[in-house]
Design a protein around this ligand. Structure first.
Ligand code: 8QM
Length: 400
């Protein structure tokens, strides 16, 4: 196919997945936004979108920008996926729709209302415990500890093997990127972790009353098939842990570095939800996803060929000064609700209300007891091909 590609070519060596870039993606993001609406990343043979307007447009046009060929670099038309494709993330209408409807009901408002008081209490207990010290690691002590305390129980998982959830998720999110050292690092455990996850998705493993059992009840009603049910449980286990961990780490980092914003939250704890969304905008725990063009598609004078992969920089869009005023500032007075950190359009994060409830529970409990929070030492990034993550964040707190 002879397609003349006039899109700005960012230096052929540019690698969004190189360790130095993952450590600090902001300079490359600015370069990509400024290079034009569409840029070519020849190293991977893909086109990239980094401006809010174009990322938003691609996310909301599933007919042109499909997910079923994979939302990572691998093109499922030519490459075998590392695991059976997700029925939600890696599917398009109409196949996508029944699983989506079922899962959005399972994690919908009625069930979350029932979890609300229990999660508030769990958060108070956890916060009481960590505040036994004035310095602690906010990543392991709060951002990991809280989701791992409430989410597996809400799904109805057994006690055994829960330590597998984070390593499984870490690999899954690495696997959306190129086959680099981060993917190789996870490879030795893939078979073991996948087997554990698959086993947890079986009907008899899932406690009554949880998200998992509710998915199986949908199969009993005939809303989905019995073959689909375990894969939808798998989606919860893949998408529901690392993302919230790093979303919580992001909001804790934001407050530890913006004392005036913490004061504002303490004055009005109802800001907890806005704070979480602002942190999701500002840090964008999910930095990138791909789509695949279903036809030759022109964007601002550049033709992306049918079958071509498009890399969407959600994190760059969320800091695009063409859309946001003062995008680099973490600011509770802004309305961050149009951010694309949860995606946009029909694939937009189905679990976002679960994540917001976790954040609200934890931040509310902290705001009751913590007058001031600051970094006690330099936080350390955890590198992942897709996630903007932390491995440690030493903080010091003053309690009331
Ligand atoms: C990312 O397995 C899945 O269905 C799935 C995995 C990862 C995500 C979403 C869904 C966006 C958080």
């Amino acid at each position: 196919m002879a397609v003349t590609d006039t899109s700005p070519l960012v230096h052929p060596d540019v690698d969004p997945f190189a360790p130095e870039t993952l450590e600090d993606p902001l300079p490359l993001q600015e370069r990509l936004r400024d290079a034009g609406p569409v840029v070519r990343l020849d190293r991977y043979g893909v086109h990239a979108l980094a401006r809010y307007e174009h990322v938003h447009a691609a996310l909301t046009d599933w007919q042109t920008f499909q997910s079923a060929a994979g939302v990572g670099l691998a093109n499922f038309r030519h490459e075998k996926p590392w695991r059976p494709p997700s029925l939600l993330l890696e599917a398009d209408p109409p196949l996508h729709d029944a699983p989506r409807t079922v899962l959005s009901r399972v994690v919908g408002p009625p069930r979350l209302r029932r979890l609300r008081e229990a999660w508030a209490e769990e958060a108070r207990e956890l916060v009481d415990r960590v505040l036994g010290r004035t310095s602690f690691d906010a990543v392991t002590g709060l951002a990991q500890a809280f989701p791992l305390r409430v989410f597996p129980d809400a799904v109805g998982l057994g006690r055994e093997g829960r330590e597998n959830l984070l390593p499984y998720g870490d690999h899954a999110f690495n696997a959306f990127g190129p086959r680099n050292a981060l993917v190789d690092k996870g490879a030795p455990r893939v078979a073991e972790l996948s087997a554990w996850v698959e086993a947890q998705c079986a009907r008899e493993r899932l406690a009554p009353g949880g998200f998992g059992a509710a998915i199986w009840e949908a199969a009993d009603r005939g809303d989905i098939t019995e073959r689909q049910a375990p894969l939808i449980v798998r989606s919860l286990l893949t998408a529901g842990v690392d993302t919230t961990v790093h979303g919580l780490a992001a909001v804790l980092y934001a407050f530890a570095t913006h004392p005036e914003q913490w004061r504002r939250l303490r004055e009005d704890p109802r800001l907890a939800r806005v704070a979480f969304d602002e942190a999701v905008r500002w840090e964008s725990p999910v930095q990138t996803f791909f789509r695949t063009a279903t036809r030759d598609v022109e964007i601002a004078g550049t033709t992306i060929p049918e079958g071509g992969k498009i890399l969407m920089f959600l994190g760059a869009a969320n800091r695009d000064p063409r859309h946001w005023t003062d995008p680099d500032s973490f600011d509770l007075t802004r309305d961050p609700s149009a951010h694309v950190g949860f995606g946009m359009g029909l694939h937009q994060c189905v679990g976002q209300h679960v994540a917001r409830l976790e954040a609200e529970s934890l931040l509310t409990a902290l705001a009751e007891r913590v007058e001031h929070i600051e970094l006690a030492d330099t936080p350390v990034r955890h590198l992942n091909n897709t996630l903007r993550a932390w491995s440690s964040m030493p903080v010091r707190v003053r309690t009331v």
